[in-house]
Design a protein around this ligand. Structure first.
Ligand code: HEC
Ligand code: HEC
Length: 245
């Protein structure tokens, strides 16, 4: 009898301890979640506890929502036109935490009123702005400004088309470095959303690409979205991670 009662007491005691530990853990988590969203976005990378916490929250959310396009390794997919998120080369804005967060919240050409949607790369070939031969000349010029082997004579003609008939300068800037408000790729960085070989460049210019990404504002919580933004920022900027305090 006495032995039974002792056993019961031990079991009850352990249960209380486990519940208390669970409660402490969830209080700690909700405190960190509140700190993550209330800290100004640009200050979060300087807080190693938040960086670590963001990674814990972001990893499963990324795996189930983002990996199918941006890849499990976050290096993107040229077939899907989903850019690498770890290379610190950004289509939109400067790649600050708030910039990344904005893209996740509202998406790209998503139909959301706040989505990135100022321009769309036109189907320069299909619309007849440039003919096939001219597109090949512009391709040689793009190869040249991205510091890869190019046919100099063709590139010279492509350069004129870039600044004149092709209207490329209007969105990619006269020097080809792109415009972060438009998400028009920096053509000189030799980092490609769709591919930097002749065939991929030809296709980009002939057809346009019309890249799209959904808005996540109604699909994920503010904590999850901030966690993703900070995690992507810290991976692409190699922010030091230390154990959570
Ligand atoms: C259906 C495919 C798809 C899914 C799913 C997707 N993305 Fe994207 N994402 C894209 C495409 C395509 C672009 C580039 C759009 C363009 O061409 O401008 C992009 C762009 C981005 C950018 C901007 C990168 C830059 O260089 O400025 C970020 C950040 C981003 N995605 C994060 C995410 C996160 C985080 C998720 C998950 C919550 C996610 N994406 C889910 C396709 C996707
Ligand atoms: C109206 C604006 C606009 C004009 C004009 C324009 N582009 Fe673009 N371009 C973009 C945008 C925006 C993107 C990103 C497209 C996307 O992700 O769907 C892009 C993407 C590209 C890409 C793909 C880059 C990559 O990372 O794979 C190439 C190459 C390119 N443009 C070259 C050109 C050339 C050459 C011209 C002129 C013949 C031109 N563009 C004219 C806006 C423009």
């Amino acid at each position: 009898m006495a032995a039974n009662r002792t056993r019961l007491l031990i079991v009850a005691g352990v249960a209380v301890l486990v519940a208390a530990a669970g409660l402490a853990f969830s209080v700690q988590r909700s405190r960190l979640a509140a700190r993550l969203v209330s800290t100004p976005a640009e200050s979060t990378p300087a807080d190693p506890t938040l960086v670590k916490f963001a990674h814990q929250i972001a990893a499963p959310v990324y795996a189930s929502n983002c990996a199918r396009c941006h890849g499990a390794d976050m290096k993107g997919s040229q077939v899907l036109g989903a850019p690498s998120l770890v290379d610190n080369v950004w289509l939109y804005d400067q790649g600050r935490v708030s910039d990344i967060e904005r893209t996740i919240l509202y998406g790209v050409r998503s139909g959301h009123a706040k989505s990135h949607n100022i321009t769309d790369m036109p189907a320069v070939g299909r619309l007849g702005v440039l003919n096939r031969g001219e597109i090949y000349q512009v391709v040689q010029y793009v190869l040249q400004i991205s510091h890869r082997p190019a046919d100099a004579a063709m590139a010279e003609k492509g350069k004129a088309l870039f600044k004149d008939k092709g209207n490329c300068f209007d969105c990619h800037a006269p020097d080809g470095t792109g415009n972060p408000d438009y998400g028009s790729a920096d053509l000189t960085a030799n980092v490609w959303t769709y591919g930097g070989d002749t065939a991929s460049l030809f296709k980009s210019i002939r057809d346009g690409r019309h890249g799209k990404m959904d808005a996540y504002i109604d699909k994920l919580s503010p904590t999850q979205i901030r966690a993703l933004a900070l995690d992507i920022y810290s991976r692409s900027h190699k922010v030091q991670q230390v154990a959570a305090r």
